[in-house]
Ligand binder design. Structure first.
Ligand code: ATP
Length: 238
């Protein structure tokens, strides 16, 4: 089957002063696919997501969303264009309830109807159960579900996820990745998943992109990468 490249990154470079964090990265994220971006600490994964979503200005290259050049688009306009970015760190407001966190999040996401909130609660029953609890009482896994749910409120076509597994128990990681898989399969969402936990990411992803020192080392089917022992040892840490 042919797939549609929803997000196209072409020869993208970015620097922090003298540090070249991204060096000519080319990749695509297709509709109905989970594309995992893997690599060690400092490989440039977070910078890649920040550059795609407009938080970091590239020094070269291009980003296209559905054919439209969004390289210079403002970060505030990305949600309206159909892209949601969930940064590392699970930013929730501890003193507000789960429901209030979703509502505050929705303020930045244009018009969000009741059915969008219901949909998020349907997707994450655990979050629905806890909707009136303060966010500081949530476990790490519940917080991750809450920030993903918040990102889904605007019905993005592309979801950028930075290290959602960080600090979570393997069982919870499997649960969250399973939910992502369902979402991608049922709604044709495109997920660009940045992970240091390469084993878990490859087990849920369709495609893997391995970064090292800001460059793409290899792009291939997740299954093929999983089977490549040499590559796993050299770049993926398992
Ligand atoms: P991690 O998983 O630790 O976030 P990463 O693969 O996401 O790693 P980046 O955070 O994108 O990697 O970092 C890529 C390179 O850019 C590294 O050499 C890092 O030290 C450098 N870097 C990242 N952020 C900054 C910054 N704000 N200022 C200066 N250098 C930075």
């Amino acid at each position: 089957a042919t797939t549609t490249a929803l997000l196209e990154v072409e020869d993208l470079s970015a620097s922090y002063g003298p540090v070249r964090a991204l060096d000519g990265v080319t990749l695509r994220a297709d509709t109905g696919r989970i594309t995992a971006v893997l690599g060690a600490n400092g490989a440039g994964k977070t910078t890649l997501l920040r550059t795609i979503s407009g938080l970091v200005r590239p020094t070269g290259g291009r980003v296209r969303l559905d054919g439209e050049d969004i390289t210079k688009a403002r970060v505030e306009s990305m949600v309206a264009k159909g892209m949601s970015h969930v940064p590392e760190g699970r930013g929730v407001i501890a003193e507000l309830t789960v429901d209030e966190n979703l509502r505050v999040g929705s303020l930045f996401r244009g018009k969000v109807g009741k059915e969008e909130f219901d949909r998020v609660y349907d997707l994450f029953p655990r979050i629905a159960e806890r909707r009136d609890n303060h966010a500081h009482t949530l476990s790490g896994g519940e917080r991750q579900m809450l920030v993903i749910g918040r990102a889904l409120l605007a019905r993005p076509r592309v979801l950028l996820l930075d290290e959602p597994s960080l600090g979570l128990a393997p069982k919870i990681v499997a649960q969250i990745f399973g939910l992502l898989r369902q979402l991608v399969d049922s709604e044709g969402l495109s997920v660009l998943l940045v992970e240091q936990n390469a084993r878990s990411a490859l087990s849920v992803a369709d495609i893997g992109v391995v970064l090292n020192l800001g460059r793409v080392v290899v792009t291939d089917d997740a299954r093929t990468l999983m089977a490549d022992e040499q590559l796993r040892h050299a770049y993926l840490g398992f």
